[in-house]
Design a protein around this ligand. Sequence first.
Ligand code: SF4
Length: 352
Amino acid sequence: MKNILKELYNPENYTKSAVAKEDAALNEQKTEVKKEEEPKYKKGTFFSNIDLSNKEIKQSKAYEEYPVKSLGIISIIDKHIEQKKNEPRFGFHPSSISLEDPFCARYHAFRHTRDALFQSGIFDSIEEANQVLSIRGRSIDVGLQRVFDTGHALHSMYQNDYLSSVLWGKWERFNKETQLPEEHIGHKPEGRGWEYIEPTIKNTQYEITGHTDGILRINDEWYLLEIKSANDASWSFMHAPREAHQKQAQLYLHSTLIGFEHIEPKGVVFLYVNKNTSKEKEFLVIKDSKMIEPIYAGLRLFYDCLDKQELPSKVCLKKKCTRANDCPAQELCFMLDAGVVGAKQLQQMIMK
Ligand code: SF4
């Protein structure tokens, strides 16, 4: 130990020439190491025709423009979504009528007329019918449709994987060994490739149809499942399911589960998933018809007017109110009267 200390504190070792010698030796080592560390694949190897030598901006521009832009992948996606979102959706659906505030029988009278004209072949497309009747097409843009589709993909993850042990209902798969389709009723069976089939609900009195995200069997009791995604801000301040979602839940609870008519769910379990963090919150909504009475009253008015061949009255007092601005039939609505007169005006408009 003494000898080592002697060496360390020996001033001879720290003369200029000694330090220079040491530096030279170190530099030699460094050069050797540098040679070994030289990366095998250099940045930009595949872009030899583009000068990537200087600024970072040049590099990011190259990645942005070449070769992705030339393939037009994004415009292919846009086009696909555009076609998909124009698919007509007939009838009454809990997910859409629960969003109406208030429910408007008059709007549904216009929508019903348009759909009937399209189904009878008078118009070749829903767009053409919309144009003739001055109804705005579905206002969901391709960007928003992507958000919805991401939500559906999230459903599949919870249904077929995370919640598969408590989810009950119909499962389907194509068996690769037997080359035959298979079906199972109950909890998810063993084996690969099983996919949960969302149960259909139907309210025959009001002709409401839709699909729930699932049936849950927990502690020998039945529940329905609804999975919703929310952004971080709304998720953080969420202390109860949204009002529109609660209405949607009540519409499900007051309907029949097709194929599983014996099941009477106690309530709907809402699972809200934070899109930013993937954290979850769960709420239970118990069956109570109070919340959906105004929807049922609106539906009764709709069917009554349909029988009498009348147009229902407006729920909007002004053409530029918030509710009317949200309504695809805003223009048409304020061109026509209510009752038998309104129905005749509508008929004349179509005849023209
Ligand atoms: S504008 Fe208002 S009253 Fe007219 S159909 Fe639309 S929601 Fe109903």
